[in-house]
Design a protein around this ligand. Sequence first.
Ligand code: ADP
Ligand code: GN1
Ligand code: MG
Length: 364
Amino acid sequence: MESLNSILNQFKFDGELVSCKEFGSGHINKTYIAKYQNNGAEQRYVVQRVNGAVFKNIDELMENVFAVTSYLRQIIRENGGDPDRETLHYIRTKDGSKYYTCSDGSFYRAYIFVRNSISYDSADTPELFGRSGVAFGRFQKMLSGFDSDKLYVTIPNFHNTIWRYENEFSPALKLDVKNRADSCREEIDFINARKEEMGRIEEFVQSGAIPLRVTHNDTKLNNVMFDKDTNECVCVIDLDTVMPGVALFDFADAIRFGASTAAEDEADLSKVSLDLDYFKSYTEGFLGECGDTLNECEKANLPFAAKLITLELGMRFLTDYLNGDIYFKTDYPEHNLVRARNQLALARDMENKLDEMNRIIGAI
Ligand code: ADP
Ligand code: GN1
Ligand code: MG
């Protein structure tokens, strides 16, 4: 197998390698932070192995991220900002490629580590979480002039909940390859009981009531970098799923992850609920930046979208559990089941709080 050193050596990095360590808590790709010394100055790079089973067309993925980051760099420059800090800066390989294909067929790509920045897996205060709303709202606004037709759909039907129900969840349940369905009847019933509403947002897209925009599609709090000293948001990262999509889901997925009172894989369900203060703070930050670009149908469906995406991810985790854990990285055998139960509990709590969420949005 090709060594990590040999892989790093393919990229146009400045200086001498000091160390390289695995980093981050993502479920799909593998991330390393590589430290280099260049004439006494330290430079860090992020190097990632892209999961080829999930991202089936690496060329299209890299075309998307290069197109979006070049567009963002231009807008940031025009607004007097620092493009090297406010968006990702990809480093090409020594032969000018956007990524490197390793001898075992896996793909690696690299970018500059955003200096003096930090990401969080949870926010200590609603205010900090609200700042991530500013980051994703600004991201949406800055890309509102970018024609989403110019991007490849790197994962078709990524947030098409009803499609996932019919084409992934139902077949997995039918096959039940690991004989696990009996251990999760309650969760299966919970999902089946909500089938009718799974197509609601997709119907709005089909009818034209909701437009396709350039969306991030994975708006977890740890995909925002904050300034280490001031805790101001610096930039949005993890752009692999940027493609044409529904802006509602960018709002929704951030709420799902960051406004929960517990981690995504907390097994004690009594700890899992939606914190409305966090919801309010994020909504103010997000809509404050991009509220003008959203239409009335989008605004009216923000709370429902938060519930739907939580149900969707609960269903995705359960699908993977039924399939024998082939998609998401897991740390122990029941991990996907624990995650599924957690997300379904959160979806239920959001269902109970839909009126309150609507009231908060109405008052902003
Ligand atoms: P994953 O797909 O595993 O979520 P990410 O691209 O989000 O991969 O990277 C994982 C973590 O690595 C991030 O949460 C962040 O802490 C750190 N990271 C990624 N890119 C950068 C960057 N350009 N600058 C600083 N830290 C980064
Ligand atoms: C995956 O790799 P990561 O953690 O950024 C997944 C998201 C899920 C998320 C749940 C391509 O994202 O859709 O919401 O896990 N990404 C993909 O934590 O499937
Ligand atoms: Mg990430």
